[in-house]
Design a protein around this ligand. Structure first.
Ligand code: G4P
Length: 527
């Protein structure tokens, strides 16, 4: 057994984060660049690239490829110096989707990647909102500085005005977007000249240059940058670790992932400033220390990632202690033992057996049909982590199949998708046996339909229902709502919650106004 000091030291070495961004801002490129810097791969492009995505293992992945979405990657782990970096993948499609949010329950910090020419885009804002609710510290990386874009100070203003985080740039660009010469490290006061390597596939060429030399070489660009730095200093935009950790400020870095510019600085900042795994709150109201006995929770389920095996993988984040493959853990929901013989690290098609893992690491548990999203696993000391957030669905559809011979598979498929949290499954008294699928984003329906057909061999039809807002109610509320029209109360199969669904927000408000005792809670619980 590793001593608790040993586990604490392992936890302290870890940085577990996700990149939040709008599609096309450069998340895949940044992932490759980070991995390149950590030298896990020889050349940028080997993790995955949209045009040349390796590792097509299923039709499901073919759909991802076609749609440019990524759902099967889970966590990329690499060492950088003495630090172990766990980069958790957030699905990249533009739609609102629940799985992205769940990933954010498993990280300790986030990198908000912005396209210099576009600033804050809708998907970034939505993801940032989740970070805000969970008080996740956010580092901002302004990407694509090699291309014409917005003014650096204007971008700082945009961040502060629109999301209320005070930007505290750690590096500042010399040269406007499109004429990137390098960055000034604001804390060191040094200028680092940056050039892409020939072809751009290798580490950037960086050299420190004296102010005098830089002033001579870069004239007006240098002058502008130094003036801007004075302005920043006057507004107190300096890094403050406590403010960053309490998610009120965001350190900012500039670069261009495609040319590996500024990526080294980002890694160094993750190591230096991003928080390591810390004691995690439990439902009992206490915090479980990282160096206590092993515990973890499942934040993502994915079935049939490998069609030849038809397996089901539960992705677990280790929260405390040392995980050892083969250990028998307890499933806190049922109290049953769960054997962890098949523990793997999974990224895209790549799989490797994991023998041990520490707080902050992600373990893929294969053949985990007994597990579900949000489940806690532990040894020796009973613990339960809060349930994962459930989001208010905004799209509803009755799902049916005309193929009577496929009924069993149909039912199994629906159960599977519900268990994985691909969609929420609801039942309504008014609709008898029919299942209603509910989703936060319409893409979830597309994924469900596709998977029912390809994995379960069932062609289904969706009849969309005219509802767009849901709220949690109770048995008394259900009775009250029987007297109203244009509202339906459905039971969420997953947890038995009663969801009142309405066609519009104003309809919900009118009804709520008429019945002051009616319970209508937003079903979003951010844990
Ligand atoms: P995503 O995962 O966030 O959706 O973005 P991705 O990395 O796929 O990048 C989207 C596009 O932006 C890609 O171009 C990529 O090369 C480009 N890009 C990423 N980072 C930078 C950067 O720092 N500077 C510049 N100039 N471009 C960048 P594409 O044309 O869509 O694809 P590709 O053919 O170049 O791969």
């Amino acid at each position: 057994m590793l001593s608790s000091a040993g586990v604490a030291a392992q936890a302290a070495r870890r940085r577990t984060f996700a990149v939040i961004s709008h599609p096309d801002a450069g998340k895949s490129t940044m992932t490759e660049a980070l991995a390149l810097h950590a030298r896990v791969i020889g050349q940028a492009g080997a993790v995955h690239g949209k045009g040349d995505r390796r590792g097509v293992v299923s039709d499901w992945m073919a759909m991802e490829q076609q749609r440019g979405i990524s759902v099967t990657s889970a966590a990329l782990q690499f060492s950088y110096g003495d630090t172990v970096i766990n980069l958790l993948d957030t699905p990249g499609h533009a739609d609102f989707s629940e799985d992205t949010y769940r990933v954010l329950t498993a990280v300790d910090s986030a990198v908000m990647l912005l396209d210099a020419a576009k600033g804050l885009e809708p998907q970034t804002l939505k993801l940032f909102e989740v970070c805000r609710q969970r008080r996740i510290p956010v580092i901002t990386f302004i990407n694509k500085w090699d291309r014409p874009g917005n003014d650096a100070l204007a971008l700082m203003d945009e961040i502060e005005q629109r999301i209320g985080l005070k930007p505290t740039p750690l590096t500042w660009p010399v040269g406007i977007a499109g004429q990137f010469k390098g960055v000034i490290d604001r804390r060191e006061g040094t200028f680092i000249r940056m050039q892409r390597s020939p072809g751009g596939a290798d580490l950037a060429i960086e050299e420190e240059m004296s102010d005098a030399e830089a002033a001579e070489q870069y004239g007006a660009d240098w002058e502008t940058a130094t003036e801007e730095l004075e302005l920043l200093a006057m507004t107190g935009a300096d890094h403050d670790q406590a403010a960053f950790l309490s998610a009120t400020t965001t350190p900012v870095l500039f670069g261009a992932a495609v040319a590996n510019l500024g990526v080294r600085q980002l890694l160094n900042i993750l190591v230096e400033l991003a928080p390591p795994p810390e004691a995690r709150p439990t439902v009992a109201g206490t915090d479980k220390p990282v160096d206590s006995a092993f515990s973890g929770f499942v934040f993502k389920m994915q079935a049939n990632m490998n069609r030849t095996h038809r397996d089901q993988v539960a992705f677990m984040r280790v929260c405390s202690g040392r995980f050892e493959r083969g250990m028998i853990v307890t499933h806190s929901g049922t109290g049953r033992p769960f054997a962890t013989k098949y523990a793997q690290q999974i990224f895209g098609q790549g799989r490797e057996t994991i023998d041990e893992a520490f707080p902050g690491d992600v373990v893929g548990l294969v053949n985990a049909t007994a597990l579900g999203i949000g489940d806690t696993l532990y040894v020796s000391e009973q613990v339960q982590y809060p349930p994962l957030p459930s989001f208010p669905p905004e799209h509803f559809a009755v799902v049916r199949t005309d193929d009577t011979s496929a009924f069993k598979r149909f039912r199994r498929g629906i159960e599977q998708l519900d268990g994985e949290g691909v969609v929420q499954v609801l039942k309504s008294e008014q609709r008898g046996d029919l299942a209603v699928l509910a989703a936060v984003g319409p893409m979830q329906f597309e994924v469900a339909t596709y998977r029912l057909e390809t994995e379960f061999g069932v062609k289904v039809k969706l009849d969309h229902l005219p509802y767009e807002i849901a709220a949690i109610t109770d048995a008394a509320g259900k009775e009250i709502l029987r007297t109203e029209s244009n509202v339906e109360v459905m039971t969420r199969v997953r947890d038995g919650a009663l969801l009142a669904v309405f066609p519009h927000r104003w309809r919900m408000r009118t009804i709520a106004g008429r019945h002051p005792d009616l319970r209508l809670d937003a079903p979003m619980d951010t844990g």
